[in-house]
Structures are given as structure tokens and as C-alpha cells.
Design a protein around this ligand. Structure first.
Ligand SMILES: NC(=O)c1ccc[n+]([C@@H]2O[C@H](COP(=O)([O-])OP(=O)(O)OC[C@H]3O[C@@H](n4cnc5c(N)ncnc54)[C@H](O)[C@@H]3O)[C@@H](O)[C@H]2O)c1
Length: 320
């Protein structure tokens, strides 16, 4: 909200809502201008004063709020995941198909990050030759105590699922997850977890997701081709050489690493919302990422490779 209010020129933030009304009130007071507080998100979405909506509430609330936006024919930016399961995402797809147009953009902000955009440009040149693998590292210093093994998948590796599809223009067809769920059960938080994906074209993906890595925030991605490798490391590392030692400054968290990407994605979404179009990651992208995380959760439970179950893409989401 602060990013939108302070640095997005294409729209004005005029109202907020949170199930915790005191929290909404406190946040409204920190924002520039006269920001109205609605008692419920549903009232905000239905209001004639509101032209477009951003949803950054807890993941389990996304489905109902996105459906309400589509019902009121309002452009909506929804943080990832679009919904907790592919079946729930399918309800959103069905609602958009019935409405005959796209309303939803999903918050896969890596697609707006300068380093990831450069990585994709390198892949698209073809100079790396046939791509054989991607290797991701996704580490955070800490996360809230509420995080569970399933949130590890639905809220964290969902980024690697989308990054893979976007970087390769390919679909993930099989997953395998390592984490000792047979012993601890999903309520016990398994950290780190190791994710292996295979795409329809046969590219192999490895992703380490370690959310209590304590030393700082780190995202990296190697794209390995038969003729070369492109490596994305932290976007703004500061390496200091002093007194015969080399040391680097780590980014603290995702708000620092991806701050500019969040601004760019919201700016792009707001400009598109004015035009009534969705050019960013759409509900179909949200559905495909959730189909992958569904399979990951099943693999974590069973300890076996799982095929990703995905429906055919409706014409509404055909590439332009
Ligand atoms: N793209 C990214 O990099 C990124 C980073 C962090 C979080 N997220 C996503 O943003 C979402 C929120 O994450 P968070 O860490 O800020 O969570 P949080 O728990 O800090 O905040 C969620 C807020 O939503 C409110 N809420 C819950 N249900 C609601 C409802 N039905 N109506 C209105 N408000 C409701 C809660 O009261 C709380 O204030 C999640 O989907 C998360 O995955 C995305």
C-alpha cells in the first residue's frame, strides 16, 4: 500500500480495508491524502468510489475477494498465490471466462525485477544453446512463526514455479520434493526443502528454499545451456575489501531486494487497469503455478515424484 500510495503515478490510493479494522485505520493514517477505511473488503470492492483493487491480505482470503472483484467487474491485482489450490484458481478462471475478459493480475514481481528481466533477455537470445537446467536458491533470514510446511510451498516456491514457466516458456510436468514429511507430518515445519521440477521440454530444475537461513536474504538463479551459463545473483551486492578481508553486505529481506520490482509491477498494473487490459501475469499463470504447488505438496507427503495435473488453457489466455 505504501509503495502504491507513494510511488505509483497511474492511480490514487483512496481507501483501505483489513479484517483487523484497527490495523487498517493505523495504516490509513500513515498514507498521504484522505484515505477512507472500509469496514470490510467486500464493501470496498462493491463501492462505486473504487475503480480497481489490490489484494495483499492472507493467502486464504484471496479466492473470495478476487471473485468479488470479477463480479463487480473491477481490475484486481492479487498478491501470490492467486489461491491456495489449483481447484480454487480454476473457479477464478471460470469466472473470468464467463465474464468474457481478464480482470486479474497476480503478484509475480520477479517478472518486473531488472536482474530477472535481463536474465530472461539472455535466455531469449538463444546464445546459451539448448537450456538443460535451472538452479534456484531462495533463502530468507527469517519468516513469521505462522509459516508451515505447506506455506513453504504455496507462498515461497510458487515464485520458482512461475519464474521457470516465464523464463523458459515451458510448462512444469513433474515435481519431486525432499523434506522429511513422512516422519514429521505437514504441521511440523520442514526447512529447508528441496524441489525438483521437470518441464515438458525436458529441462531439469532444482530449487533450494530455506526460509530461516538467518544470514540474510538471497535469491539466485543459474540458467544452464549447452553453450553457456547465465547467472543471476543478488541485484545489489556490495563487496568490501578491507584489512586483507573481503566481505559483502547482504540484503535484509524481500522488501529491499524486490522493492523496485514491486513499484514497477504496480505501476504497470495500474496503467493497464485504466485501459481495461491485463498484460502482466494473469489468472492462468496463477492457476499453473498452483497446479505445480499442489503437486509439490502431494510429493512432500508421499515422498514420490508427482505429475502436475493441469487443464487445457482457455482461449481467453492465449498468448497475444
Ligand atoms: N510477492 C511477494 O514477494 C510477497 C511477499 C510477501 C507476501 N506476499 C503475499 O502477500 C500476502 C500477505 O502476506 P503478508 O506476509 O503481508 O501477511 P500478513 O499476515 O502480514 O498480513 C495479512 C493481512 O491480511 C489481513 N486479512 C486476512 N484476511 C482478510 C480478509 N478476509 N479481508 C481483509 N483483510 C484480511 C490480516 O488481518 C493481515 O493484516 C500473502 O498472499 C503473501 O504470500 C507476497
Amino acid at each position: 500500500m505504501k509503495t502504491f500510495a507513494r510511488s505509483v503515478g497511474a492511480g490514487d490510493l483512496v481507501a483501505v480495508s483489513d479484517i483487523d479494522v484497527d490495523r487498517a485505520q493505523a495504516i490509513a493514517e500513515t498514507l498521504p491524502g484522505d484515505v477512507r477505511v472500509f469496514r470490510t473488503a467486500e464493501e470496498l470492492i462493491a463501492s462505486d468510489e473504487i475503480e480497481a483493487v489490490t489484494i495483499a491480505s492472507s493467502a486464504e482470503s484471496h479466492l473470495a475477494l478476487v471473485l468479488a472483484c470479477i463480479e463487480h467487474r473491477k481490475p484486481v491485482f492479487c498478491e501470490k498465490p492467486l489461491a491456495l489450490t489449483a481447484a480454487d484458481c480454476q473457479l477464478i478462471i471460470d469466472a473470468e471466462v464467463r465474464a468474457g475478459r481478464r480482470f486479474v493480475q497476480v503478484g509475480f514481481m520477479r517478472r518486473y525485477d531488472a536482474a530477472f528481466v535481463e536474465l530472461k533477455s539472455e535466455v531469449d537470445t538463444g546464445n546459451l544453446g539448448e537450456i538443460v537446467s535451472l538452479q534456484f536458491v531462495h533463502r530468507a533470514a527469517d519468516v513469521p512463526p505462522s509459516v508451515t510446511s505447506s506455506a513453504h510451498t504455496t507462498e515461497a516456491v510458487v515464485h520458482e514455479a512461475d519464474s521457470t514457466r516465464w523464463l523458459l516458456n515451458d510448462e512444469i510436468v513433474e515435481v519431486r520434493v525432499q523434506g522429511n514429511a513422512g516422519r514429521f507430518g505437514l504441521d511440523e515445519w520442514l526447512d529447508p526443502q528441496f524441489f525438483y521440477f521437470r518441464t515438458a521440454a525436458g529441462v531439469m530444475i532444482y530449487s533450494e528454499v530455506f526460509l530461516k537461513a538467518t544470514y540474510g536474504y538471497e535469491i539466485s538463479c543459474d540458467v544452464v545451456g549447452r553453450s553457456g551459463v547465465a547467472r543471476l545473483t543478488n541485484a545489489t551486492p556490495v563487496v568490501v575489501s578491507l584489512d586483507f578481508h573481503v566481505s559483502g553486505v547482504r540484503e535484509k529481506d524481500f522488501t529491499v531486494r524486490f522493492g523496485e520490482a514491486y513499484r514497477r509491477e504496480l505501476e504497470a498494473w495500474a496503467l493497464d487497469a485504466v485501459e481495461g487490459v491485463v498484460n502482466g501475469p494473469n489468472a492462468w499463470d496463477g492457476y499453473c503455478a498452483s497446479a505445480v504447488t499442489d503437486a509439490c505438496l502431494e510429493s512432500l507427503r508421499s515422498g514420490t515424484p508427482i505429475q502436475v495435473q493441469s487443464r487445457p488453457r482457455p482461449a481467453l489466455y492465449s498468448p497475444a
